[in-house]
Design a protein around this ligand. Structure first.
Ligand SMILES: Nc1ncnc2c1ncn2[C@@H]1O[C@H](COP(=O)(O)OP(=O)(O)OP(=O)(O)O)[C@@H](O)[C@H]1O
Length: 270
């Protein structure tokens, strides 16, 4: 098994004709996807379409049943998945932290890939300064010493993105990062993501959502999933059409893009 640090110059992610079968059911069927550096993908689909399942493959948390997946140039099944995962930033809104850690310490746990600080592990001055820079980047400067237990959901979301960025990943996976946020918190999060992408032109991201309104302007590509199959894949303006989204959600909708952002509204039945 390879234990080399990911350094490939090819695609950041590649899935080829992937099937994932559980209990005799296809959770994913014949899904292919290639993500290059600097691309920002949206993974859209209704409840149960397979979005989180696909994200767990792309984050090296599951193996495919058929087909193959390459993460940072390393083929799943031929690489130490645990080691590979340390090079992938994964933002999971169900982060299990329950203790009153300060924001900066939460962000620093990104380096140890743990929920709580590792006993007797001390960050270097450089690592602390990197954490502070990320906290500033995500607009949390005034909350740096605030405790996790009193943070709003939006502040937690941004702290988790900073945490995921600590190991300087080339790939960031975001699972429904705007869920439960109020309007202002969602807009702040999306602005932070646009800014982060601008500041890190090499970074690739994959963001899962049900809602087109939750897509940052900087989204470049989209994959629409329906019942475990890719219904459309490619540049965002080719994929997010009224026809495709109507098929994906099995409901007539009209899509509009205004000043870079998307909105969907139901077509009135006549
Ligand atoms: N381990 C498993 N065994 C059997 N079925 C599973 C397993 N994990 C997920 N599923 C099923 O696979 C389907 C896809 O689940 P997944 O969580 O990927 O969907 P999703 O698109 O993320 O949905 P949501 O938007 O509701 O979060 C669902 O019908 C789910 O019940």
């Amino acid at each position: 098994m390879s234990t080399a640090i990911p350094a490939s110059t090819g695609p950041v992610l590649a899935a080829y004709e992937v099937d994932l079968v559980r209990g005799g059911n296809y959770l994913l069927q014949s899904v292919s996807l290639t993500v290059h550096r600097g691309e920002h993908w949206a993974l859209l689909g209704g409840n149960g379409a397979g979005k989180s399942t696909l994200l767990s493959l792309l984050g090296a948390r599951t193996h495919p049943t058929r087909g193959h997946v390459e993460v940072l140039g390393h083929r799943l099944g031929r690489v130490d998945m645990r080691e590979l995962r340390t090079y992938v930033g994964h933002v999971d809104p169900r982060h299990p932290l329950t203790t009153p850690l300060r924001v900066r310490d939460v962000v620093l746990t990104g380096l140890t890939n743990t929920t709580e600080p590792v006993p007797r592990w001390t960050p270097t001055a450089e690592q602390v300064s990197q954490a502070d820079q990320l906290i500033d980047l995500l607009g949390l400067t005034s909350r740096r010493d605030a405790r996790w237990t009193i943070l709003s959901q939006g502040e937690r979301g941004r702290a988790l993105i900073a945490r995921a960025l600590m190991p300087k990943p080339r790939l960031l996976l975001l699972d429904e990062p705007a869920t439960g946020l109020d309007l202002a918190a969602r807009e702040q999060l999306l602005t932070s993501l646009d800014f982060l992408r601008e500041q890190n032109p090499e970074l690739a991201t994959v963001l899962v959502t049900h809602h087109l309104e939750e897509l940052p302007e900087s989204t470049t590509h989209a994959l629409l999933l329906r019942e475990g199959r890719a219904l459309a894949t490619g540049p965002v303006d080719e994929v997010l059409t009224s026809d495709n989204v109507t098929k994906c959600f099995d409901h007539p909708v009209r899509i509009a893009r205004e000043e870079g952002r998307w909105a969907a509204r139901a077509e009135r039945r006549r």
